[in-house]
Design a protein around this ligand. Structure first.
Ligand code: 13P
Length: 249
């Protein structure tokens, strides 16, 4: 027993129009009786206000927030705006934002702190590229551990912060990391958290796995040491595909 509640989270990325809100309701119905785990959906910001009242059993979240309180940042959304729209949580540091929006570790740490300031819980993503993984497991563990330490916000606490390990080479590729690879990385990240935040906080903080999680591989991954849940992309878009992953937890 670790005492860490499992979290099964879906990231819809840039998918979902109002016509898909029925899937949110269906996922909420699935999550309903399973009070022993947490379920979250990171939706496009345009759906948050409509989804929040449909989904009392699911935490509705955003996929990013800006690190500033407000101001001249055309096209961005602040943590206060997302909280007001009904978000209870947000992702920060997803590899797609690190890659395409050139977000640095310092940006990610600042976004996490800003989200927490406005009462949002945070799932902070880290992960290595294929290039780094091919340099060997030790190099990959070192890279992701350093990325994690540099992305941790001031005052990081397990009450509001969760880590998601998502190897970039496993995202959307169908190439899932093996349970042995996941166990080794999560053990390295656990040790890193304990060193950075102390034993109590470091051992209490959840570490999710993400990257091509599906109904077929969820049970193996979720029963791996130090895997406290999953961050799911494609397979979270419908209740039908998400259901076996929730059930596996
Ligand atoms: P896939 O599950 O589609 O590989 O996406 C993973 C992911 O990036 C979740 O944030």
């Amino acid at each position: 027993m670790t005492g860490r509640r499992k979290l099964i989270a879906g990231n819809w990325k840039m998918n979902g129009l109002k016509g898909q809100l029925g899937e949110v309701s269906a996922i909420a119905a699935l999550a309903g009786p399973r009070s022993e785990i947490d379920v979250a959906l990171f939706l496009p910001a345009t759906l948050i206000a409509a989804a929040a009242p449909l989904a009392s059993t699911v935490l509705i979240g955003a996929q990013d927030c800006h690190q500033a309180e407000a101001g001249a940042f055309t096209g961005n959304l602040s943590a206060a705006m997302l909280a007001e729209a009904g978000a209870g949580c947000t992702l920060v540091g997803h590899s797609e934002r690190r890659q395409y929006q050139h977000e640095s570790n310092a940006d990610v740490a600042a976004k996490a702190a800003q989200a927490h300031k406005h009462g949002l819980s945070v799932v902070l993503c880290v992960g290595e590229t294929l290039d780094t993984r091919e340099q060997g497991d030790e190099i990959a563990h070192g890279f992701v551990s350093d990325q994690l330490v540099a992305s941790l916000p001031e005052g990081a606490d397990a009450g509001w912060l969760t880590i998601a390990y998502e190897p970039v080479w496993a995202i959307g590729t169908g190439k899932v990391a093996s349970p042995a690879q996941v166990a080794a990385m999560h053990a390295a990240l656990r040790a890193t958290l304990v060193k950075a935040l102390g034993a109590a906080t470091g051992n209490a903080m959840r570490i999710l796995y993400g990257g091509s999680v599906s109904g077929d591989n969820a049970a193996d991954l979720l029963h791996t040491d130090n895997v406290d849940g999953a961050l799911v992309g494609g397979a979270s878009l419908t209740a039908e595909k998400f259901a076996p992953i929730i059930a596996a937890a």
